[in-house]
Design a protein around this ligand. Structure first.
Ligand code: ZN
Length: 89
């Protein structure tokens, strides 16, 4: 199925991105400065690692490595809602 192939390719790209970001920035959440536990594979967990767009895509941020950083899910979510609140959206 084409959809299945696309999803697995995206998953592989995401893994490669995470490896590159870890080499560049270390295992640190750029928002709170604490360690990210990459052994935590529970995607629903608040401490799960996410890739954050420093400048959100919806505000014109790019998908390039230079605009991406690692963050905990909870920090990413907090930041996202703060950004929206700040802009009055
Ligand atoms: Zn964090």
């Amino acid at each position: 199925m084409p959809i299945g192939r696309k999803q697995s390719r995206n998953a592989r790209e995401r893994r490669n991105r995470i490896i590159t970001l870890r080499k560049r920035d270390g295992d640190i959440c750029y928002l709170c400065g604490k360690l990210i536990d990459f052994a935590n594979l529970d995607q629903a967990s608040l401490d799960y690692r996410t890739i954050d767009h420093v400048k959100p895509v919806k505000y014109g941020g790019s998908d390039r490595q230079s605009n991406l950083k690692l963050a905990h899910r909870k920090c990413n979510q907090k930041r996202g809602s703060n950004t929206d609140a700040h802009l009055g959206l």
